[in-house]
Design a protein around this ligand. Structure first.
Ligand code: GLA
Length: 387
């Protein structure tokens, strides 16, 4: 298989400018993020893409209909920035929109798809996020994502296509066949617990809609933002606790979402860095078989609420990743019966459990496992069958 046929095999790992910086982006920032990928271990942990979101261009195209890079924000131009990022062994992403304008009112790619795809390839980008604002109402979104996918695949460069229509218009039914490598299934995330909880709940029992080459994108991470966005909607005050960020990262990892960091990695906390660089969680997220995670309702059933659930992801080679989530306001026991994993007692197998957050072995267990999980917290295990 050549390289291009492998694009999008695993969920993308990277950083995106939107959550923290929104419109306030520039060349220096992007270079410093690339430097930080190397100096702070993000590249070693597997993060690869550095993506500039909305607000990078001028408000009008030039006389030939070309997109124009904002010369104040990016005086060296995009090709030079791509070179800088590539020289570090990283990949470079940009943003456009299926409509006439981007969500922030800059030119979109509607009716300019092939021209823009060629332009992006000339700048040597590796990733395009493609938004959904200002889409003419009578044009099906499905067609517009097919158009840009075709344009990118014929641009002469491998460009990962990240569709972003917020879960609208039955997107999971048609996005895989359009050629996109990932697709947003949710509205925009905010840097607060309620938002994490709502987005995660909306994706429970949707595991058939993710997989290799077209991953369910639950939106960029807010881990490590602590209310530090310059945008009021995303969240300027409060943010979340480290426990909540840990649960957020565990959910996105298990559910197979791309992991696109949204905080200012140049100055986030050691705790957030540890969460973002948890190699056991990243390995689960990047498992080569790319299976979605199914939900098990914990025992006893009369005790069940949607706020407490177990997610299970079948991994290549026969291990299972198992997450115990307590989204409620009180400490809870979250009991898993191994029968519900397809493992009957009579099989003779035990599960050898490994805790992916404490990085400790938890020994051999038979028939059931019943951890107590604090409010807003989780436990993520890697389980191996042992006879
Ligand atoms: C939409 C997207 C966001 C971000 C903004 C930019 O809201 O969903 O992720 O790209 O547009 O304006």
């Amino acid at each position: 298989m050549n390289a291009s046929t492998m694009l999008g095999l695993a969920p993308a790992l990277g950083w995106n400018s939107w959550n923290t910086f929104t419109w306030d982006i520039n060349e220096q920032l992007i270079r410093e993020v690339a430097d930080t990928f190397i100096s702070e271990g993000y590249k070693d942990a597997g993060y690869e893409y550095i993506v500039i979101d909305d607000c990078w261009s001028l408000k009008e195209r030039d006389a030939d209909g070309r997109l124009v890079v904002d010369p104040v924000k990016f005086p060296g131009g995009m090709k030079a920035l791509a070179d800088y990022i590539h020289a570090k062994g990283l990949k470079f992403g940009m943003y456009s929109c299926a409509g006439t304008h981007t969500c922030a009112g800059y030119p979109g790619s509607f009716e300019h798809e092939f021209q823009d795809a060629r332009q992006f390839a000339e700048w040597e980008i590796d990733y395009l996020k493609y938004d959904y604002c200002f889409k003419p109402r009578n044009i099906p979104g499905e067609l517009l994502y097919k158009r840009m996918s075709l344009a990118l695949k014929n641009s002469g460069r491998d460009i990962l296509f990240s569709a972003c229509n917020w879960g609208e218009d039955n997107v999971p039914r048609w996005i895989r066949s359009s050629g996109a490598h990932m697709y947003r299934s949710t509205p925009d995330i905010q840097d607060r617990w309620d938002s994490i909880k709502t987005l995660a709940h909306s994706q429970l029992d949707q595991e058939c809609y993710t997989g290799v080459f077209c991953h369910n994108d639950m939106d960029m991470l807010v881990v490590g933002m602590y209310g530090g966005s310059n945008d009021e909607f995303i969240g300027r005050i409060g943010g979340c606790t480290d426990t909540e960020y840990k649960t957020h990262f565990s959910l996105w990892s298990l559910m197979g979402s791309p992991l696109m960091i949204g905080c200012d990695i140049r100055k986030t906390s050691p705790a957030a860095k540890e969460i973002l660089q948890n190699k056991d969680l990243i390995a689960i997220n990047q498992d080569p078989e790319g299976r979605g995670a199914y939900r098990i309702k914990p025992e006893p059933q009369w005790f069940h609420t949607d706020e407490v659930f177990i997610l299970v992801k079948a991994l290549a080679g026969g291990d299972l990743a198992i997450g115990f989530f307590n989204m409620s306001e009180t400490r809870r026991e979250v009991s898993l019966l191994f029968w519900d994993l397809g493992l009957p007692y009579a099989s003779g197998y035990s599960l050898s459990l490994y805790d992916c957050w404490s990085h400790q072995e938890l020994g051999l267990h038979k028939e059931r496992f019943s951890p107590v999980v604090e409010a807003h917290d989780c436990l993520v295990l890697r389980a191996k069958l042992v006879d």
